[in-house]
Unconditional design. Sequence first.
Length: 492
Amino acid sequence: MTEATLTRSVPEILAPGRLFIGGEWVDAASGETFEVIDPARAEVLTEVAEAGVEDVDRAVRAARDAFEGGEWREMSPRARGRLLWKLAERLEERKDEIARVETLNNGKPLFESGIDVAMTIQTFEYYAGWTTKIEGETIPVSVPFQFNYTLREPIGVVGAIVPWNFPLNLASWKVAPALAAGCTVVLKPATETPLTALLLADVAAEVGLPPGVLNVVPGRGSTAGEAVVAHPGVDKIAFTGSTEVGQRIATVAARTVKRVSLELGGKSPNIVFADAELPSAAKGALAGIFYGKGEVCAAGSRLLVESSAHEQLVGMVAEGADRLKVGDPFEKGTRIGAIVSKRQMESVLGYIEKGVEEGARVVAGGGRADIGPGYFVQPTVFDDVTSEMTIAREEIFGPVLATLTFEDVDDAIEQANDTMYGLAAAVWTSDVKKAHYVASRLKAGTVWINTYNLYDPASPFGGYKQSGYGRELGGQALDQYTQLKSVWVNLR
Ligand code: NAP
Ligand code: MG
């Protein structure tokens, strides 16, 4: 095979991809499969078995058996931690292959997939260290001669449902803490991007994760996804995706009183004061919206600029956007890859049209990038956006930036918080007092000061308002996968 055909082919285990249930690769009960597309070429990459309700039931039973049965439950925390560390090591050994598959399937530039895989490895390493540190407490109760303590126990079977923007990385944010806590998992990847979730299952099998501890069931959200959420054998749902589907999931999960954590959309403000280092702020604004093609829940999709610096900053951002290379995600130098699907590209282009219609002014990009049949959109910057315009309110989930103006600190805070979302925000200023004051006033789960898009497995991530509830990463995520038991002991 030539270099080019090798790049474009998927590993044998994915040709075709199958379901991973109870430690085995199996076909769907219905025999159905679906096509997986390479969005950079608008070509079929491979086929994957499509899980239906029956397959999900089988996966949940496998996870339940693995949870209740001896091996996983009785494995010492140390041994469980070593296994998670081994999994991280094996991911490291296979990182180039996994990054290549992520880029093939999602369309993001190869260097970005490399970062995703590195983050995934770090996440498993981080939670490998937690297995021996999940503790209960002794409680000083006031009832005489009684001793009270808590046990922190794994919640049970976890249903993890993830989107297509960071297919492997967002799966690891759920799978790693769940496994560290002693839970077992049924993972439902997005229809567009099931491949790296299947590679994760392959790696888990290679390092000897007991059968049933991690199951992967690609399939449609409305069938397989909903079956996971409705299944009485699932104790907890961890979801990342749209607010709309999050609402649906919370409703369906309520019928069986499952615990739910939701990481939903955003319309994150990137606030630039005139006293900021403007070139850094411009770079931050570009990275904030154009990293990951803007298909990032925490994308800095609203750029709020103090009026006295507005013209200068928007000039720098527009110029920078024009210079970003759009194209083949495997080519060195590409900064903007392909939009994940035709449907998503059309949705993004629709928002660009709407922006123009409602009176905003395009200062960079503004349409489809004409690069063969793939789904490419030019990095687009709008100026003269007002807060009631659709492109200032709705999550576009593509490379489209809306620029607004503010007059002073209070105005900046008010506009920044004028959204139903609250996932992330950033502040750019050289004034220390102002930076921390604004950070304290922003209704967002993450605030970056003079930077953007930083993540670490040790730092909690999640939303305020309709960006969801519960926190991923950090020690806090373990609360989502454990429950407390209060034990009373009569001492007399
Ligand atoms: P989505 O529909 O919310 O998909 C997220 C996951 O939920 C996918 O695995 C999906 O399966 C599944 N799902 C869909 N309906 C379900 C149901 N009724 N029960 C259980 N699971 C269900 O997101 P999308 O359609 O891929 O993208 C639409 C928009 O969501 C984007 O344009 C963006 O605004 C937002 N989004 C946000 C994030 C984020 O990180 N916060 C990520 C992706 C998308 P299918 O793949 O079969 O739909
Ligand atoms: Mg979808």
